[in-house]
Write a protein that binds this ligand. Structure first.
Ligand SMILES: Cc1cc2nc3c(=O)[nH]c(=O)nc-3n(C[C@H](O)[C@H](O)[C@H](O)COP(=O)(O)O)c2cc1C
Length: 230
């Protein structure tokens, strides 16, 4: 089975640890998966993309009367990125730890996925794994991972950890200068495991969708549920 995983490098730094970890994790996962399935990967370096802030105009989503989908009105690289996210079987995020949180680049990007949520959760059932790279031991990798989960849960995604052997919360990298991550043995091991876990769950989801004859999103977005009447 051919499974595509889209990776997001959420660092503003060229030659970032986040990008290096993603690249190494994909490469090792492909070696380990050899013979059991085909993993196709792509890394998007968010710093190279034109991504504007969500303007909170609430135009995007779907028409309340007909349900017709309305795209985001902002013209930048997000249209392509959103299309790639919908097409991918799984998502992997690698972010530097900033004050115990994912990077501001991550936040800017993820807020723009609200359009997909309002279009009947077009990311529904996609497995997502998070890699967080902290400069310091106990510097906030776990809080970063958990904070990153929240918007994906709101998008109907399925959160995974690093699966086999330890099943921790994802990947905790420990690195300072650019490239330092490539000597963090435990971070590299968790990174590769996280990618394989995303692959495994994505394969199960695909098989389930095929068995059920399910195409497109199985979820429906409601503009009224949980809102106080105005
Ligand atoms: C604004 C800023 C905030 C940071 N906050 C933390 C932090 O809270 N904890 C930590 O361990 N490292 C922190 N760091 C260090 C980075 O997480 C670390 O250098 C990481 O390797 C950067 O990854 P990158 O190469 O992918 O950008 C911070 C760095 C910056 C620039």
């Amino acid at each position: 089975m051919r499974i595509k995983i889209l990776g997001f490098d959420c660092s503003p730094r060229k030659n970032s640890n986040s990008g290096a970890l993603l690249q190494a994790s994909f490469a090792t996962a492909k070696e380990k998966l050899s013979g059991t399935g085909e993993l196709v990967s792509e890394i998007i370096h968010l710093r190279d993309c034109d991504i504007k802030h969500c303007a909170a105009c609430s135009v995007c989503g779907k028409r309340k009367d007909t349900g017709e989908y309305i795209p985001c009105v902002i013209k930048d690289d997000m249209a392509d990125i959103l299309a790639k996210m919908c097409e991918a079987d799984g998502l992997a995020v690698a972010t530097p730890v900033y004050f115990g949180l994912p990077s501001d680049l991550f936040s800017k990007f993820i807020m723009r996925t609200r359009v997909l949520r309002h279009q009947d959760f077009r990311l529904a059932n996609k497995p997502v794994g998070i890699m967080a790279i902290a400069g310091r031991r106990s510097g906030g990798a776990e809080t970063t991972i958990m904070s990153s989960w929240l918007p994906f849960i709101r998008n109907g995604c399925l959160i995974v950890g690093n699966g086999d052997q330890t099943c921790q919360f994802g990947t905790m990298g420990w690195a300072g200068p650019c490239g330092h991550i490539l000597s963090d043995e435990w971070g590299l091991e968790q990174g590769e495991q996280t990618i394989r876990r995303i692959f495994e769950v994505a394969s199960l989801i695909r098989a389930g969708q095929q068995a059920l004859g399910q195409t497109g999103t199985p979820m429906r977005f409601s503009y009224t549920s949980g809102n106080r009447p105005q």
